[in-house]
Design a protein around this ligand. Structure first.
Ligand code: F7E
Length: 305
């Protein structure tokens, strides 16, 4: 079963891409509406609930901070309440995020690293994390936090930087777009393949005890490096000129400008560097990512739309 928020336009293209549209039954519901969640849990009668729903775009969380807190933060509590009322035996997975580490207190970040979120999104995820721990400790619900570092695939939404870059370079090559406008090129992330990370989510709910786990590739790259790695799939080789807002990424051979920096994509407070340490998940869950960073970039370049 999938929980589906009502919209006037169709948005099930990801299920089509994965060829599972016929296998997933949709139930209408909204993380803002407790009664709809209770009905969804009653109707589907699940063994496991995976809460991956959120206002998930960090930049929007400064524009809509209260909505973000309502859905990304309080939405987790509503889901837990629905489980507690309908059937507290249901296992619960909460999509916690590396954004909770924000201004990082140690490098790399692991389960015991203190949180210092840097956006209304990160702050809301910290609430979701702790309410999950609290319902585990208060009501003995089998509830786990997966603290997932950035996880990407060709299914990524176009506003996120990996998809914006891979789709953007593909469109430039086809003559559909002139250049890509990006914000902070120096920002560093630990990017992995979403499919591998979903396997870790499932493994967490198959353990004897409910616990929290960091899921990451344990490898870090900057936005600039992501551009440099994606460009060659489309025949470009990027060199950089200028600094800050004046920086340009230009193709060596053709001298075409591929990337321009636009300060409108800078964030009011940035998460400069994220690097995970997923040792616990690798040891206790036996989890190991199959797709490397290089393979991920290639997959997104080849299979993006
Ligand atoms: O930004 C920088 C931007 O929006 C990555 C979500 O899934 O992962 C995601 O959050 C970095 C940031 O992802 C542009 O400033 C530069 O430093 O792709 P993003 P995110 O904010 O890391 C975590 C784990 C989540 O939980 C979130 O839900 O790239 N950047 N230029 C840019 N970012 C965007 N979006 N667009 C740019 O033009």
């Amino acid at each position: 079963y999938g929980l589906r928020r009502r919209t006037s336009t169709k948005n099930l293209w990801r299920l089509d891409y994965l060829k599972i549209r016929d296998k997933v039954k949709m139930i209408e519901g909204d993380l803002g509406d407790l009664s709809s969640l209770e009905r969804a849990v009653e109707k589907s009668n699940p063994d496991e609930v995976y809460n991956l729903a959120a206002q998930s775009y960090v930049a929007t969380s400064w524009k809509q901070p209260i909505y973000t807190a309502e859905i990304t933060g309080l939405g987790v509590l509503r889901m837990l309440e629905a489980i507690r009322h309908v059937n507290p035996k249901i296992k619960f997975y909460q999509a916690s995020s590396s954004e909770m580490f924000g201004k990082v207190q140690e490098i790399p970040q692991k389960e015991t690293t203190p949180f210092h979120p840097r956006s209304p999104y990160g702050v809301s995820k910290v609430f979701g994390y702790w309410i999950t721990v609290n319902y585990r400790e208060s009501f003995d619900i089998f509830a786990c936090n997966g603290i997932l570092f950035n996880h990407e695939s060709p299914l990524r939404g176009t506003e996120f930087v990996t998809k914006k870059i891979t789709q953007g370079v593909a469109r430039i090559k086809k003559g559909l777009q002139d250049h890509i406008e990006l914000g902070n090129l120096n920002s560093k992330r630990d990017w992995g393949f979403a499919g591998d990370y979903v396997e870790a989510m499932w493994l967490m709910l198959q353990q004897e005890e409910a616990e929290d786990y960091v899921i990451a590739l344990n490898e870090q790259h900057s936005v600039r490096e992501f551009v440099e790695m994606a460009a060659p799939y489309f025949g470009y080789d990027i060199e950089w000129f200028g600094e800050g807002e004046d920086e340009l990424g230009i193709d060596k051979k053709t001298k075409k400008t591929i990337v321009r920096v636009d300060s409108k994509y800078y964030r009011p407070s940035e998460v400069d560097t994220l690097l995970g340490d997923s040792t616990k998940a690798r040891k206790e869950l036996g989890w190991k990512p199959k797709i490397s960073f290089k393979d991920l970039v290639e997959d997104m370049c080849k299979n993006g739309k």
